[in-house]
Structures are given as structure tokens and as C-alpha cells.
Design a protein around this ligand. Structure first.
Ligand code: FES
Length: 113
């Protein structure tokens, strides 16, 4: 998948065990950027695979987030729901550059911005 890297602001803008919801235009899906307690950064499409709950409002524990609507647990790295639930949300590549977070948006999503 071809991606376009987009600077979404400083790492310090997201607290430990926190998240930020980003929207890049009305036709694109919202994105959640997560910062774990161990200071790792992950990004997922901000829609739970169950009923599209906002994962950015969930509880982060280790490398998972618990959806605020019905408590499914989603792996931040893979986007996979943890058993016994089944489903996945799309993970997005992230990297840190000069203290800023860059998210790799699929070209189609980036074009909608
Ligand atoms: S919408 Fe996330 S658990 Fe139901």
C-alpha cells in the first residue's frame, strides 16, 4: 500500500496512555493516534470493528485499547479484536521525526483531505 506521510503534531501533545482523534476531510475515515504507557505510538482507523465505536475514547492498557461502547479489546499494533471477539480495524504506519508524529495515510485517504 502506498502511503503519504502526514505530520499530525508533537508527540508531547498526546499524554501517556492517551489518544487523539484526527479527521482529514468529510469523506475520509477518522484516525486515532495512541500513546501507550511505555511511550509507544500507534495509529488505527478510529472505528471499532464491532459497531464503529470511537477507539480514541477507549482505555489503553499495554498495547491494547478497550472500546468505550461494549468493551471489545483491540490490539493497537494489528488492529485485531482479541478473542472471543472477531474483527479488525485498519492499522496505519507511524513514525517520530524531530519530536513530531507522522502518520502514513493511504493515498486515497490523503487525497480526501
Ligand atoms: S462498538 Fe466497540 S465494542 Fe461495540
Amino acid at each position: 500500500m502506498s502511503v503519504i506521510w502526514r505530520n499530525v503534531g508533537p508527540l508531547a501533545g498526546i499524554p501517556l496512555r492517551g489518544a487523539r482523534r484526527l479527521c482529514f476531510g468529510h469523506r475520509s475515515q477518522p484516525i486515532a493516534v495512541f500513546r501507550t504507557g511505555a511511550d509507544q505510538i500507534f495509529a488505527l482507523i478510529d472505528e471499532c470493528p464491532h459497531k464503529k465505536g470511537p477507539l480514541s475514547e477507549g482505555l489503553i492498557s499495554g498495547e491494547t485499547v478497550t472500546c468505550p461502547l461494549h468493551n471489545w479489546t483491540i490490539d493497537l499494533g494489528t488492529g485485531l479484536a482479541q478473542a472471543p471477539d472477531i474483527g479488525a480495524t485498519q492499522p496505519l504506519p507511524v513514525r517520530i521525526e524531530n519530536g513530531d508524529i507522522l502518520v502514513g495515510l493511504p493515498e486515497a485517504q490523503s487525497a480526501a483531505a
